[in-house]
Write a protein that binds this ligand. Sequence first.
Ligand SMILES: [Zn+2]
Length: 314
Amino acid sequence: MSRTTHILTVDVEDWFHVLEADGAPSRDEWASLESRVERNTDALLELFDRKGAKATFFVVGWVAARHGALVRRIAAAGHELASHSFWHEVMRRHDRASLRADLAASRKVLEDAMGQAVRGFRAPGASITRETAWAFDVIAEAGFTYDASLCPGVSSHGGFPSPFPGPHLVRCDAGLLAEIPSSTVSVAGRRVPYAGGGYLRLLPYAAIRSCIDREHRAGRPTNVYVHPREIDPAQPRMALSWKRRWKYYLGLATTRRKLERLLDAHRWIGCGAWLDAHGAALADRVLDARPWARGAQPAPDPRFVPPAPVLAAR
Ligand SMILES: [Zn+2]
């Protein structure tokens, strides 16, 4: 079996950055909690280096602001840095102004640390839906040229009825974005993720490998996503509901080994590098998000709208 090329991504956030969960620490508490993101991300950097893999690291701005040296180590190792928002909040909890402020701060903190422009954005929880399609315009206006937020199938916090299971373009009023969606396979008529988060932790290696091969034969790269906490079985446990606990903490002990086998089996590059090589071929795959975006206005619960981030003066 030849080593085919696929896309490797990391969402750089800490163990307490869980979405929409009762029992999770509030934003005000984050700074007082033990941080494990630096050591866990360093472990991923070491693993990727040993396997010759390159990745895109979507960094939460709040993490980047506190761990500038980590951001610089990721860039120095030859990986791409991209935004995973500043406050790590789902899109439905934003309005246009709060998302604009969040994205601007997330870009600035990364660009100040590494000295070059950020191209990509990934919404927490793949949370761009039909109802939040207005976010595409805010993302494009913020200067991003690609998005990696869509899940064209089953998703806890998102899910978008896209006809494109592989990379494509998104047309919005503010222009064109390249899109690298979550990888899914067709199961009983629905698209189901297989290559990241809980699916990566839960599914046996052979099943993931077979999905990668199946999608490759259909002409689509796999987009693996992993979180630093997912290779850290010793992370503190939050008082989540039993269902969330099960989903959030399952498979922690086996993920690193599975990831190692995937890295051995294929060649891995980041989103930007993949688009540089294949972006021109996406011209005839355009998702027109304008009808969705015009029909959907932000309607967040005011209690959850994140504040404008305040960055320390340099
Ligand atoms: Zn995230």
